[in-house]
Design a protein around this ligand. Structure first.
Ligand code: ADP
Length: 319
C-alpha cells in the first residue's frame, strides 16, 4: 500500500487524537502516505480528505476529543452511501482505512471491507463495551473524570449527611459504573449486567446509617435507569431522601490520561501494521496486557463481559 486513510467516527473519546497521531506517523515511518478524513463517514462521502504531514498531528496527543472531528452519518448505512464513499477513496488513491470508533463505526468498516476495501478498526469509546478487547481508548480518562466528580460530591454528601445518587454513562455496559463505584468507594452500584435488588439497596443504606455513616453514594449506570427514577423508587420504598447528580457529557471530554495516550499510540500503530500486511476486517485490542488483532466480526457476535469479580468485591468492601 502506498496511501491509506484514517477517520474517527461515532462518539468521541479522549485518546482518539493519540491514535490518529500514531496512524499518521507510523505510516510515514513505513513511507506510506496517510490521509486524514474529516467528519467521519460523512466526510468520506463528501471527500473531506487531506494528506497529513507529521506536523499536522503535532500538539494533539494531550487533547481530548478528535482533531479529525466526528459525525453520525445515516447515509453511510445505505448501499448508495457506501458506494459514494468507495468512489471518493478510489478518486483519492486510498488503498486502506483505519477507523477509530465504537461498534457502529465497526459495522461501517466491515461493510467497506466486504466490498473489497480493507479496513481496520481501533476501539475508541468511553463505554468500554467492545467485545474482544479488555479496554477501549477513552475509558480510563472517563473513569478518572467520574472519580473526581464522586470525590467532590462526597464532600457535600458528608457535610449534609446525605445520600447521593450519581448517574454515569456507559450505554448498555456497566464497566464505567463498576470501576467508578469500586474506586470511589460507593455504597451501592447498579449495572445492567446484574439485576438490582431495591430491598437490598435500601437495607444497606439503613444499616450504614445505624452504623453511624454520615453519607452514602449510589452509582447507577445509565443502562439501568436514570438517576431520578432511582431516587423515586428509593423514596417510595423507605422515605429516604436522596440527591441526584447526572454527570452527563463532562465524562466524554478532557485531556486523556497517560494510559489512554499509550493505548491510542499502541492501537494506532498496530492498525497500520495490520493494514500494511494486507489484512482487512481486523480489529485491534488489548488482551491480558498484550496488543492483539482479531476478526472484526467478533465485535458483533461475541459479548463484552463486565468483570463481575469487581462487583462482588465492591459489595464486600462497602459495608
Ligand atoms: P459508535 O461508532 O460510537 O458506536 P454509531 O453507532 O453512531 O457510533 O456509529 C457511527 C457511524 O457508523 C454511524 O453514524 C454510521 O455512519 C456508521 N454505521 C453504524 N452502523 C452501521 C451499519 N450497520 N452499517 C454501516 N455503517 C454503520
Amino acid at each position: 500500500m502506498k496511501r491509506i486513510g484514517v477517520l474517527t467516527s461515532g462518539g468521541d473519546s479522549p485518546g482518539m487524537n493519540a491514535a490518529v497521531r500514531a496512524v499518521v506517523r507510523k505510516g510515514l515511518y513505513h513511507q506510506v502516505e496517510v490521509a486524514g478524513i474529516y467528519h467521519g463517514y460523512q466526510g468520506l462521502i463528501e471527500g473531506k480528505i487531506k494528506t497529513m504531514e507529521a506536523g499536522d498531528v503535532g500538539d494533539i496527543i494531550q487533547r481530548g476529543g478528535t482533531k479529525l472531528y466526528s459525525a453520525r452519518c445515516p447515509e453511510f448505512k445505505t448501499e448508495d452511501g457506501q458506494r459514494k464513499a468507495i468512489e471518493q477513496m478510489k478518486k483519492q488513491g486510498l488503498e486502506g482505512l483505519v477507523i477509530i470508533g465504537g461498534d457502529g463505526s465497526y459495522r461501517g468498516a466491515m461493510a467497506l471491507t466486504e466490498k473489497g476495501f480493507p479496513c481496520v478498526g481501533v476501539p475508541g469509546t468511553i463505554d468500554n463495551d467492545i467485545p474482544g478487547t479488555d479496554y477501549t481508548i477513552g475509558f480510563d480518562t472517563a473513569l478518572n473524570t467520574v472519580i473526581e466528580a464522586i470525590d467532590k460530591i462526597r464532600d457535600t454528601a458528608t457535610s449534609h449527611e446525605r445520600t447521593f445518587i450519581i448517574e454515569v454513562m456507559g450505554r448498555d455496559s456497566g464497566d464505567l459504573a463498576l470501576w467508578a463505584g469500586l474506586a470511589g468507594g460507593a455504597e451501592s452500584i447498579l449495572i445492567p449486567e446484574e439485576n438490582y435488588n431495591l430491598d437490598d439497596l435500601v437495607e444497606r443504606l439503613e444499616k450504614g446509617k445505624k452504623r453511624g455513616k454520615k453519607h452514602s453514594i449510589i452509582i447507577v449506570a445509565e443502562g439501568v435507569m436514570n438517576g431520578n427514577k432511582l431516587a423515586e423508587l428509593i423514596e417510595q420504598k423507605a422515605e429516604i431522601e436522596t440527591r441526584v447528580s447526572v454527570l452527563g457529557h463532562i465524562q466524554r471530554g478532557g485531556s486523556p490520561t497517560a494510559r489512554d495516550r499509550v493505548l491510542g499510540s499502541l492501537f494506532g500503530a498496530r492498525a497500520v501494521e495490520v493494514l500494511l500486511a494486507g489484512h482487512g476486517g481486523r480489529a485491534i485490542g488489548m488482551r491480558n496486557h498484550q496488543v492483539v488483532d482479531y476478526d472484526m466480526t467478533e465485535a458483533f457476535t461475541e459479548a463484552h463481559d463486565a468483570d463481575m469479580s469487581l462487583y462482588a468485591l465492591s459489595k464486600e468492601l462497602s459495608i
